[in-house]
Design a protein around this ligand. Structure first.
Ligand SMILES: NC(=O)c1ccc[n+]([C@@H]2O[C@H](COP(=O)([O-])OP(=O)(O)OC[C@H]3O[C@@H](n4cnc5c(N)ncnc54)[C@H](OP(=O)(O)O)[C@@H]3O)[C@@H](O)[C@H]2O)c1
Length: 336
């Protein structure tokens, strides 16, 4: 079989394709024939040596993949040959808090990732794909989908009628918009592009704001909510956006710190947090139980993840370049 790995230097152009033996599943493991893998911003950081943790040459990147079980190891009963599964971003974090699962590790660094024709995973780290979803759609769920679910549902306890602010139209943000709408919430979506905002509105956003033409976008958000402000924010901008988020969070509202696209430095005014009685919460994707809950909700609500473009897995260079250019709405997927 073939797989792609980090070479002797970082950079997508330095990734290497290597032929290796198909692995055998050990006790409690399954062998998966990969059918689709999704790209995340994190994967781009990992292969370019810009993630907050360095991974060595030989690491197979990509945390997210879906495929078919072709062999099960000794002792595996809950998954069988032919099952269509999606792997959890975190392996070893089944439920509850990450801190209570000290051995947990994520796919695509440090564990081998999904840019591989076959992959061995623990049986308790995979979940059956929602019926009706394609492999490509299922592959989008583990990182972006679970992150949005963990922020708004598992932790955020989102309620019908809540106001939700979504920053951007990338993978996490489009899932956040879709899941907020699924829960009867009202969504305001930000983007740098009016064309993308038109798409977000067609997908159900109640209001949209261009954050480039309105750098002080909190003013628009306050006005659009009639002065009420928003109950939940999925923060991907980091220092560039946090002060605006704090200016438009409703009393008692929740800001989920998910990304830091604007950089890793910055200052926060604690008075803004105190005055808003706001909760700021770091999100690190979520456990297997959140992936399972997301899959159940997707099945029950016939939700179709937003895929911008699919590439054949051997076109991974073009796919990474396409994602890095930031022209996508939703997810970029590789098919096998
Ligand atoms: N903590 C976690 O668990 C977790 C999980 C997943 C992702 N993340 C992080 O979350 C971020 C987004 O990930 P992703 O996979 O969704 O990336 P993505 O698909 O590449 O989407 C990024 C989008 O963010 C928007 N954006 C960039 N700067 C912005 C700003 N200043 N204000 C508002 N929106 C802005 C842009 O939207 P427009 O093009 O519409 O302007 C861009 O397309 C990354 O930093 C990633 O590392 C964290």
């Amino acid at each position: 079989m073939q797989q792609v790995a980090i070479g002797t230097a970082y950079g997508t152009q330095n990734l290497i394709t290597q032929a290796v033996d198909i692995p055998s599943p050990g006790p409690g493991q399954v062998l998966v024939k990969m059918k689709a893998a999704a790209l995340n911003y994190r994967d781009w950081e990992v292969v370019n040596g810009q993630y907050h943790e360095d991974f060595p040459a030989g690491l197979v990147p990509l945390s997210d993949g879906a495929g078919e079980v072709v062999e099960v190891g000794p002792g595996v009963t809950r998954v069988g040959n032919g099952d269509q599964i999606v792997g959890s971003f975190w392996q070893g974090w089944q439920s509850g808090e990450l801190a209570d699962s000290p051995g947990a590790q994520s796919l695509g660094g440090p564990l081998p990732g999904c840019l591989s024709e076959y992959q061995v995973m623990p049986a308790n780290g995979v979940v059956s794909m929602p019926q009706g979803l394609s492999f490509s759609q299922a592959a989008t769920l583990p990182c972006a989908g679970v992150t949005a679910w963990q922020a708004l549902v598992t932790k955020g306890n989102i309620q019908s009628g809540d106001w939700v602010l979504v920053q951007g139209t990338g993978g996490v943000s489009m899932f956040a918009q879709q899941l907020a709408l699924m829960h009867g919430a009202q969504v305001i979506t930000l983007s740098s592009s009016d064309a993308k905002l038109k798409l977000a509105k067609e997908q159900g956003a109640r209001h949209t704001v261009n954050y480039q033409t309105h750098p002080q976008w909190a003013e628009q958000v306050i006005e659009l909510t009639g002065g009420r402000k928003v109950d939940h924010i999925v923060e991907v901008g980091g220092p560039n956006t946090l002060s605006q988020s704090l200016a438009c969070i409703a009393p008692g509202g929740q800001i989920n710190i998910v990304g830091y696209l604007g950089g890793k430095d910055g200052s926060v005014n604690p008075l803004q947090i105190l005055q808003a009685h706001a909760t700021l919460r770091g999100i690190a994707v979520g456990p297997v139980s959140s992936l399972q809950a997301l899959c159940n909700a997707i099945h029950a609500n016939h939700l179709a993840p937003v895929i911008d473009r699919e590439f054949h897995w051997q076109q991974y260079q073009q796919a990474f370049a396409y994602m890095a250019a930031g022209k996508h709405v939703g997810k970029v997927v590789l098919t096998f």
